[in-house]
Design a protein around this ligand. Structure first.
Ligand SMILES: Nc1ncnc2c1ncn2[C@@H]1O[C@H](COP(=O)(O)OP(=O)(O)OP(=O)(O)O)[C@@H](O)[C@H]1O
Length: 615
């Protein structure tokens, strides 16, 4: 049973020109992920379901986008118009035109500002709901789902993918629609003003298109490589930090440093090329802008001399040409960001739509006040492949009895616990609690009858008090402290500077392994279940703490039905029944004395230093 591992998921901020270079965390480089969505329209429709709650606001935003794009086009047109009227002050008031121009720019900014803040609000609300749905679905998933996937990969969906969707919703919707509107509107106006000068101006577009394509192909490749190396480096840092003791213990500092430098050098190289190529983009744009300006000025000048157009039209064209590249560039960049966000959303929906843990039977009853009688009747089970992990297992425990599960690694001890707690259901046979088939009980109520004390203690990043209270949320402070006393944890907790309010580190690293065990025992004592599942620690803890743990455990086990995955001869000896499992089958069972007399596998195990062999 492995503990929850949390991988660092702080997004890196690698600069990017196009979305292909978006930063992603260590251990899970974006470059490795498939960025193209499999079903773009299906996914967009699902995203729309989250946005559709804000239809009226979206309509307002669209109106603002149309207004701001229109105003953006009107500005240069008015400028040209004004210039053409400079000679006729009697006919047109220049002041009025200039005032109008100012108003157009002001309104343009206001509409842009409004659309931005409204869109951010909607995007954040939609993403908030999406994130909640994702988190809830994760909790509805069966245990088997998690055992097949890396935690880091799942974490990345909750962090990076959601973040990606959020960023894109914030800006892409507006940018995409405004770029399209601006581009189409600009082209229309230019054609209206002078089709010939439009054609001449457009000669620059192929150069722009191929130039950009050439650069983005290269930057895309190098950014991907940069991401891959960055992910590799971050993964390495994470691994070295968590395994820091091992590095020191094996005196590998030098080798680790060398490896780090090597990985860093690879990142430096990819980063150099990615940044160099991406640095070309503004330069190229600038150059092409200047070229188009020169073309318009030259060709427009000739046309003006021949009275084909006015000077005002040249100014309008020059202004448009200056803006011309922006929507094109935005469209190219936004499209990549957009694709990668849709791919992210797709991964999010994959989990939201994942088959949840099978529903309880329609007439399932809630288990309550159980006595703790457990019976396995001819239970067989295979995880996924056809190899049976547990075959024809039968045993019967009366309330208050203690069973020790003993057997070599991989024998199926944890699987028996998984079946009892219905993390998995048996393929054959049945498991009874107080004579009732556990399939006829609701899973939640069944699990409430059990407490787990595992060797791999898991504590939350909460105060010690809240960690203990996790066993029973409505327990009072006095009850929490009483449970800690019974678990022999009270004295050490009291000595901590913040006592019960000491907030544990992410992995509970502020306190010792043994102390963590005592807290989990207190948690189980507080839960006060009829059944206790105990996965005995194999790690060696100092003798004083060990004695404290043993003492607390005996107190915890009293009056309950206990199933212990036992590693200590002492525990096994005191069990009412010892169940010896080998390759998923019970090969012998009975009390210590009976099994010793039988001189079978258990006898051998005890002879050959029990603790070492059975761990
Ligand atoms: N989630 C899983 N999916 C597929 N196979 C699994 C899964 N969990 C365990 N197994 C396999 O089932 C077998 C029994 O595993 P189990 O964890 O029950 O053994 P165990 O007796 O508890 O071992 P240990 O003492 O090492 O914890 C092993 O071969 C293991 O590889």
């Amino acid at each position: 049973m492995s503990r929850l591992q949390t991988q660092s998921a702080a997004p890196s901020n690698a600069a990017s020109v196009s979305a292909s270079g978006k930063g992603h965390p260590g251990g899970h480089p974006q470059g490795k992920k498939k960025q193209k969505p499999k079903d773009m329209f299906g996914t967009l429709f699902k995203v729309w379901r989250y946005l559709s709650a804000y239809k009226s606001s979206l309509a307002l935003i669209l109106l603002m986008v149309i207004l701001s794009s229109g105003l953006g086009l009107l500005g240069p047109y008015l400028l040209g118009y004004t210039i053409d009227r400079i000679d006729y002050p009697g006919h047109y008031s220049l002041i009025f035109l200039l005032g109008l121009l100012g108003l157009v720019y002001l309104l343009g900014s206001i509409t842009q500002w409004l659309q931005n803040i409204w869109m951010i609000r909607i995007a954040q609300s939609a993403v908030y709901r999406m994130r909640n749905d994702l988190f809830n679905s994760m909790h509805r998933l069966p245990v088997a789902y998690f055992s097949k996937r890396q935690h880091g990969e799942l974490m990345s969906r909750l962090t990076n993918d959601i973040d990606n969707v959020s960023q894109t919703l914030n800006s892409s919707f507006i940018q995409l629609s405004s770029s399209i509107l601006t581009f189409v509107g600009m082209l229309g106006l230019m054609l209206w003003l002078s089709p010939l000068l439009t054609l001449i101006t457009l000669t620059i577009v192929p150069a722009m298109f191929f130039g950009m394509k050439w650069i983005t192909n290269r930057t895309g490749k190098y950014f991907k490589e940069q991401q891959r190396h960055l992910g590799d480096l971050n993964g390495f840092i994470e691994e070295t930090f968590s395994g820091q003791k091992m590095v020191k213990a094996f005196s590998q500092e030098r080798r680790v440093t060398e490896m780090f430098e090597e990985k860093g050098a690879r990142l430096r190289e990819a980063g150099y090329w990615a940044q160099t190529y991406s640095g070309f983009i503004p330069k190229l744009m600038n150059m092409l802008n200047n070229a188009s300006f020169a073309i318009i000025a030259g060709a427009g000048g000739v046309m003006a001399v021949h009275e084909m157009i006015t000077v005002g039209v040249i100014v309008t064209f020059a202004e448009y040409a200056r803006q011309f590249t922006r929507p094109l560039n935005d469209l190219a960049n936004q499209f990549n960001t957009f694709l990668s966000a849709v791919a992210g959303a797709e991964r999010v929906f994959e989990i939201i739509e994942e088959e949840p843990e099978a529903k309880d039977e329609a007439n399932a009853k809630a288990a309550s006040m159980v006595r703790g009688e457990i019976e396995f009747r001819n239970v067989s089970f295979a995880y996924e492949n056809d190899i049976q992990t547990v075959s024809d297992v039968s045993f019967h425990l009366k309330p208050g009895q203690t069973a020790a599960l003993v057997g070599p690694t991989g024998a199926g001890k944890s699987t028996i616990i998984n079946l009892l707690s219905r993390f998995y259901d048996p393929a054959e046979g049945e498991i009874l609690l107080d004579g009732l088939n556990t399939r006829d009980l609701t899973r939640a109520s069944l699990r409430q009858q059990m407490a787990f004390v595992q060797q791999d203690t898991f504590l939350f990043q909460l105060s010690i008090r809240e960690n203990i209270r996790y066993g029973r949320l409505d327990a009072t402070d006095e009850e929490v402290e009483r449970a800690a006393e019974l678990a022999n944890a009270h004295s050490f907790i009291r000595k901590l500077p913040d006592g019960y309010d000491t907030v544990l580190d992410q992995d509970g690293s502020g306190i010792s392994q043994g102390q963590k065990q005592l807290i989990t025992i207190a948690r189980a004592i507080l839960a006060d279940p009829a059944i206790l599942i105990l996965d005995e620690a194999t790690s060696s803890i100092d003798t004083v703490t060990e004695l404290r743990i043993q003492d607390a455990l005996y107190r915890l086990m009293e009056g309950r039905t206990n199933i212990v995955i036992a590693h200590r001869l002492n525990t096994v000896r005191q069990a009412d029944v010892i169940i010896v499992l080998v390759e998923g089958q019970i090969i012998e069972s009975g009390s210590h004395e009976e099994l010793m007399e039988h001189k079978g596998f258990y006898y051998e195990l005890v002879q050959s230093q029990f603790e070492r062999v059975s761990s």
